[in-house]
Design a binder for this molecule. Structure first.
Ligand code: SF4
Length: 264
């Protein structure tokens, strides 16, 4: 499913996860097709799995529980700290459902101390592992093999799993149509004119799913994060060298402002 944002600015109705979704009418702009943004960013950036902890863990293990753990560890911290915590947890405890369920809470917390909020993350990891053991035969696949809607609902009911964490797991491990929105992606969506500052996670994620082709969601997700890290930075976006500046409302406004100032 892919279309121009111009279509849904006109109040169109889309089918997402089997339910009809009417996106709220907002004053949005979009000057490029999703496929064009995808192509330009693909030409600009090389995606290295090492830059995305959850993706890297998935490629090396094909284990959704490890991906879930890595994603929880990555909340509110850098990839570097997440890797350090994940590796230490693997060495000292083992990132397996039974091992984490049985491990001493203090040992988990100490192992993941690099990623911040370690006491709370340790508590959640242990609780999740215990739930998986008790209710899902210790196997996260028993959740992920449900329909996308059911998997998502169950994942979100687990301690410490919010929309973004659930979407990362669903998209990375199952290729389900989900579009995780992190701070980079939210910022870029607002600047491009796809989203408004205060819009909810769900609205922005659904817009991105409308913009890009389903088969491209994972790569588009990584490309947008890379774009946010390298070019569309929070404080000083490098708009002059941005490969999609001609698609961008923020850039257009900045450009117009500059021209007006010169004319004044
Ligand atoms: S033009 Fe600037 S603000 Fe717009 S997407 Fe590119 S870097 Fe970000």
């Amino acid at each position: 499913m892919s279309c121009s944002l111009i279509d849904f600015c006109n109040g169109n109705v889309y089918l997402i996860y089997g339910t009809f979704l009417v996106l709220p009418e907002v004053d949005l702009f979009m000057n490029c097709e999703g496929s064009e943004i995808f192509d330009r960013l693909s030409e600009e950036y090389h995606i290295d799995s090492k830059d995305f902890v959850a993706f890297d863990v998935w490629i090396s293990s094909k284990d959704p529980f490890k991906v879930l753990v890595a994603t929880i560890l990555s909340q509110n911290t850098t990839d570097k700290s997440t890797y350090k915590s994940f590796k230490t947890l693997e060495e000292k405890v083992g990132v397996e459902v039974k091992k984490i369920a049985d491990a001493d809470y203090n040992l988990i917390s100490e192992s993941i101390r690099f990623s911040g909020l370690n006491n709370s993350k340790a508590k959640k990891l242990k609780e999740i592992a215990q739930i998986l053991l008790k209710e899902y035969h210790g196997d996260l696949w028993n959740i992920l093999n449900e329909s996308p809607e059911t998997s998502r609902k169950i994942l979100i009911s687990l301690p410490g799993v919010g929309d973004k964490t659930a979407d990362v797991v669903l998209l990375t491990c199952k290729g389900y149509e989900a579009f995780p929105v992190d701070t980079h992606i939210r910022r870029i969506a607002v600047r491009l004119g796809i989203a408004k500052e205060r819009e909810t996670y769900t609205v922005i994620s659904n817009r991105l799913m409308t913009l890009f082709h389903g088969k491209d969601f994972l790569k588009a997700h990584h490309l947008l994060i890379t774009h946010g890290r390298k070019t569309c930075k929070a404080n000083k976006p490098l708009c002059q060298i941005c490969p999609i500046n001609y698609c961008c409302e923020f850039y257009k406004r900045k450009d117009n402002q500059g021209r007006n100032q010169q004319a004044a």
